[in-house]
Design a protein. Structure first.
Length: 334
């Protein structure tokens, strides 16, 4: 049985890139290969020492895969059901502590020292009410944190924010917390990213119940407030298939959105194969990087040249080489 499993797995990761009949984006430079396996991986973040940090939500821990290692170590457990991760410009790990996959989550945004592992709570309430389940985040050049706060578990009895699944922004010291978006446009916000010129905020809307599965672009106020202004742009509608989850950006402004599924889940069909969907800044689909495992949850750039795309999907951390370097506040591309 072990041999058969290994052979099947080997066949999966060696599938040609055109397996799903979709155009593979020109930015891709290799096939997707497995790096490490766990249970339910999420929120990858690249550290300047070559490590990849990512979350194992089911087991309530943050993992660290050291450079050159085939086995990830537990960096922090319990993690407060950490989901999305990102390093800020000062080298601290910012984590969305959610409340999915069994509850017992922190429901807050925290700053973690990667050496001492000391945690500092940045924010845990809006107008005195606890967040639903912070999911994903991005950070602007001023250090302000934008984060999404959806809720996917069926039991909603513990929610305090009157049904609002919103997008928030907060200063790095926890001050000036504002709700950037409510449910009027984005039904259930998930992945989030900010453009390099900080003029556009991108939000993945993934509500499988309504359903509403779209990629949105919001123009940010150029007066320094960092708040959306004007009419939002719908960049892509994922339709009836599994929609987007997390995302990251390359240095040319292209969006890499994890989405799709290769087997049927409730309230969705198989229109969208599992992979990383690459969009131009104006929403034109450049192609799909196929990932042979459900569920494709998030991605980040890393490597010494920032041309390795790390992808969390199901129980596995994957990687693929690309031709365009990724954009990140830290480490900065050379």
């Amino acid at each position: 049985m072990k041999l058969v499993t290994a052979l099947l797995f080997g066949l999966l990761i060696s599938l040609p890139q055109a397996t799903f009949g979709q155009q593979v984006p020109a930015v891709v430079d290799s096939e997707v290969t497995a790096v490490n396996e766990l249970v339910f991986t999420e929120g990858p973040a690249y550290h300047r020492d070559g490590s990849v940090f990512y979350t194992d939500i089911q087991n309530n821990r943050i993992m660290r895969l050291a450079p050159g290692s085939a086995v990830a170590d537990t960096f922090l457990r319990p993690s407060g059901r950490a989901n999305g991760l990102m390093f800020d410009a000062k080298g601290f790990l910012i984590a969305c502590q959610g409340n999915e996959k069994g509850g017992l989550g922190g429901r807050r945004i925290v700053r973690i020292d990667p050496i001492s592992k000391e945690q500092t709570v940045i924010v845990d309430k809006f107008n005195g009410k606890r967040f639903n389940s912070p999911n994903d985040l991005c950070i602007d050049k001023a250090g302000r944190i934008y984060f999404t706060d959806p809720y996917y578990s069926p039991d909603r009895s513990m929610l305090e924010l009157d049904g609002v699944e919103g997008v928030y922004r907060v200063n790095s010291d926890g001050t000036d917390l504002v709700r950037v978006l409510d449910n009027k446009i984005v039904a259930r916000p998930n992945g989030i990213a900010i453009s390099q010129d900080e003029k556009t905020l991108y939000v993945v809307d993934n509500n499988p119940v309504v359903p509403q599965r779209k990629l949105w672009a919001f123009t940010l106020n150029d007066g320094g407030s960092g708040l959306p202004t004007g009419k939002p742009r719908e960049l892509h509608d994922f339709g009836k298939g599994r929609g987007g989850d997390g995302m990251c950006m390359d240095s040319e402004g292209n969006l890499y959105v994890t989405a799709g599924a290769n087997r049927k889940y409730p309230n969705q069909n198989l229109d969208n194969p599992a992979g990383v969907y690459v969009f131009s800044p104006d929403g034109e689909l450049q192609g799909i990087i196929p990932v042979p495992e459900d569920m494709v949850t998030n991605c980040c750039f890393g490597g010494s040249d920032m041309k390795t795309l790390f992808i969390t999907a199901g129980k596995t951390l994957w990687q693929v080489r690309v031709k365009v370097s990724g954009y990140a506040l830290w480490p900065k591309p050379e």
